[in-house]
Design a protein around this ligand. Structure first.
Ligand code: KIV
Ligand code: ZN
Length: 501
């Protein structure tokens, strides 16, 4: 089995995402987690680009002891000097220098010629070698470069001392077969290619970054350049977790990595949280739905044997368990499983009745939560909204540091068949809403407990709200969930009030 080196560029290419920039302390924390994850190389930044980036590379170089720490440069002496300076404290420093290889870049970006660019490449590698033996060269836009010129360039930089040659598909232009051929041609036509490791660095403009990276490995690449969650310029870079798990999962295993896969989910969440970039729910491996099953047929299959619908054991990537999401498409098996997890033992005769009640609730809601099930089992029919006294029609809040939190609610009194509008102000948006609701209800309600939790992690989390109120000395409970916590709070409060009648 061949070991593929993982070169993580979350802190450099990943950090180029607009609005994702990190403070030095955050970068240090992330670098430590990447080391724990087991990445071979951490590209810590582009030292010449700013004093902040220089400092981050320097501080990361001080604390990282097992992974190689790498700094990016252009093929320019002052860039290389800055990188060498920043990397001085590193146990294993690498300078990553390079220049455009495609005619588009040579003509339009550098206003140069192939032969001048070739000289500059050679010189940059030789210059970087004065500082460290570990020099990697990137041939930017290799994906669109002429293959014969690319071969010449790679041969020249290996001769100059490059130990790793990076072949980036900078614009995400290649198809997998084409990228395979590109790497294969270098293997065939560069006579000193065995003196260096080929690295592949793909971008995801056509959604092909992972496929191209795997094609590169098949053609002989020994290193892959990736980011956590696939973040990066434009449509992003190749995602670390996809490549690592693809190599690990397939039965025709020919390759391995040193990644401790159980750290994947933790690292993904840390990147998402620190950079403020939510992971798309259906993202392979790290999306919140990657191990969630929704349809009845799938849920039944997974409960019989996880492997029926899962090719990866979630625990391998640090996820506790697969998730069975209860919706209107869920079957009896899934409902029974969840009820048992909640501690209910249901007799078969009782099950049919509960399932029918569950379907009624599920038809009205996107997802049925544990709290809904508890209400069903307590004999409370939540679906008879026409029988509930109050129904929320609208809630709107104005708040912020320059406003007194002010809420407007419209509530339908279903017994009297009339809509009542009210406004309330409070110490915060939820307080304002509850005051507005109180002025519609016209009963003495005491709020005893208010609890808001995120059902799912991330910026798009569903807020789950539990409310306890007291009316005439009696406790009543309400629950609701919504991606808007103000809506969930209002609904939970009204539910508790309805339960008090
Ligand atoms: O995409 C790219 O070509 C790069 C290089 C600087 C390595 O990020
Ligand atoms: Zn890139």
């Amino acid at each position: 089995m061949k070991t593929i080196k993982i070169f993580d560029t979350t802190l450099r290419d990943g950090e180029q995402v607009p609005g994702a920039s990190l403070k030095t302390v955050e970068k240090i924390e992330l670098a430590k987690q990447l080391e724990k994850l087991g990445v071979d190389i951490i590209e810590a930044g582009f030292p010449i680009s700013s004093p902040g980036d220089f400092k981050s590379v320097q501080e990361i170089a001080k604390v990282i002891k097992n992974s190689v720490v790498c700094g990016l440069t252009r093929a320019i002496k002052k860039d290389i000097d800055a990188a060498a300076q920043a990397l001085k404290p590193a146990k294993f420093p690498r300078i990553h220098t390079g220049i455009g290889a495609s005619d588009i870049h040579i003509k339009n970006k550098f206003k140069s010629t192939r032969s001048k660019v070739l000289d500059q490449s050679r010189e940059a590698v030789k210059y970087a070698k004065k500082y460290t033996s570990d020099v990697e060269f990137y041939a930017e836009d290799a994906g669109r470069a002429d293959d014969d010129f690319l071969a010449k360039m790679i041969q020249a930089v290996i001769q100059a001392g490059a130990k790793v040659v990076n072949i980036p598909d900078t614009t995400g232009y290649c198809f997998p077969e084409q990228f395979y051929q590109k790497i294969n041609r270098l293997k065939q036509n560069v006579n000193n290619i065995d003196q260096a490791i080929i690295s592949v660095h793909c971008h995801n403009d056509l959604g092909l970054a992972t496929a191209n990276t795997l094609a590169g490995i098949r053609a002989g690449a020994g290193q892959v350049e990736v980011t956590m969650n696939g973040i990066g310029e434009r449509a992003g870079n190749t995602s670390l977790e996809e490549v690592v798990m693809a190599l690990r999962t397939r039965v025709d295993k020919k390759y391995k990595t040193r990644i401790n896969t159980q750290e994947i989910m933790k690292t993904s969440k840390m990147v998402s949280l620190l950079m403020g970039i939510p992971v798309q729910p259906n993202k392979a491996i790290t999306g919140r739905n990657a191990f969630a099953h929704s349809s009845g047929i799938h849920q039944d299959g997974v409960l019989k044997n996880r492997e029926n619908y899962e090719i990866i054991n979630p625990q391998e990537v640090g996820v506790d368990t697969s998730e069975i999401v209860l919706t209107a498409r869920s079957g009896r098996a899934a409902l029974k499983h969840r009820l048992e997890r909640l501690g209910y033992k249901i007799e078969p005769a009782q099950m049919e009745k509960i399932y029918k009640q569950f379907l009624k609730v599920a038809d009205q809601k996107k997802e049925v939560y544990d709290e809904d099930l508890k209400l069903i089992l307590a004999g409370k029919d939540q679906t008879k909204s026409s029988q509930l006294k109050f129904k929320l029609e609208l809630v709107q809040v104005i708040c912020g540091d320059k406003n007194v939190p002010t809420a407007t609610v419209k509530i339908k009194d279903q017994e009297q068949d009339k809509i009542i509008q009210a406004v309330g102000t409070g110490t915060g948006p939820v307080d304002a809403v509850f005051k507005a609701v109180d002025s519609v209800i016209k009963e003495k309600i005491i709020l005893k407990e208010y609890l808001v939790q995120a059902v799912t992690q991330g910026i798009d989390a569903q807020g789950k709200v539990n409310v306890e109120i007291e009316k005439n000395g009696q406790a009543h409970f309400g629950f609701s969930a919504d991606s808007d916590i103000i809506v969930a709070s209002t609904q939970a409060y009204i539910n508790a009030i309805n339960n008090s009648f």
